[in-house]
Design a protein around this ligand. Structure first.
Ligand code: AMP
Length: 191
């Protein structure tokens, strides 16, 4: 099984490019953000716990997303691997992913990082807010907080994966969606 990680700041285009990758390589696209939004929409206890944290631009506890990922790994069949989008987002989550894959006799295949500058994060999320209406896209303060959280808690993962030789980066800006998609597909072809 392949275990690809789509990495990058909020608004980098992880969700946008996940579909083409998942289809080409027969991967199950797992977005922890989408899974959490589904829990919120269904009004589950987990969703109720996560709702205010997400709306404020904070991360939900590591154990919550780790549990969701493990459950998804166990319940998917007929695929050649997983495309993780928005997970891991902290060092403890990356370590948990190493343990979870090791327990299955597997390992992370590669990290595909899509990089865009902070100013571009604001532009993209402001645009997405008009289309998707996500609570955590609604205010500038929340977006700024998510960018800060990314730099403080998620960015250290670059070094973590660089050390293992699994870190690969493409520019998510400048370029059209099609151009970035080509970069991403070409990168994965060579992993
Ligand atoms: P996303 O759709 O990936 O932008 O995620 C939306 C929100 O869900 C994030 O801002 C976090 O509040 C929460 N979330 C998603 N994935 C994780 C994760 N791996 N760890 C903690 N919180 C997460």
């Amino acid at each position: 099984m392949k275990y690809f990680i789509l990495f990058g700041p909020p608004g980098a285009g992880k969700g946008t490019h996940a579909g083409a990758l998942a289809q080409k390589y027969n991967l199950k696209h797992l977005s922890t953000g989408e899974l959490l939004r589904a829990e919120i929409a269904a009004g589950t206890p987990l969703g109720i716990q996560a709702r205010d944290l997400i709306a404020a631009g904070n991360l939900v506890p590591d154990e919550v997303v780790e549990g969701m990922i493990e459950k998804a790994f166990d319940s998917c069949t007929g695929i050649d691997g997983f495309l993780l989008d928005g997970f891991p987002r902290t060092l403890p989550q990356a370590e948990a992913l190493d343990r979870i894959t090791a327990a299955r006799g597997e390992t992370v295949t590669g990290v595909i990082s899509i990089m865009i500058p902070d100013e571009e994060v604001f532009n993209r999320i402001a645009h997405r807010a008009e289309i998707e209406g996500r609570a955590d896209d609604a205010s500038k303060t929340t977006i700024a907080h998510r960018i800060e959280t990314y730099h403080a808690q998620t960015e250290p993962l670059i070094e973590y994966y660089r050390k293992t030789g699994k870190y690969h980066e493409v520019a998510g800006f400048p370029g059209s969606i099609e151009e970035v998609r080509e970069r991403v597909l070409e990168l994965v072809e060579n992993i």
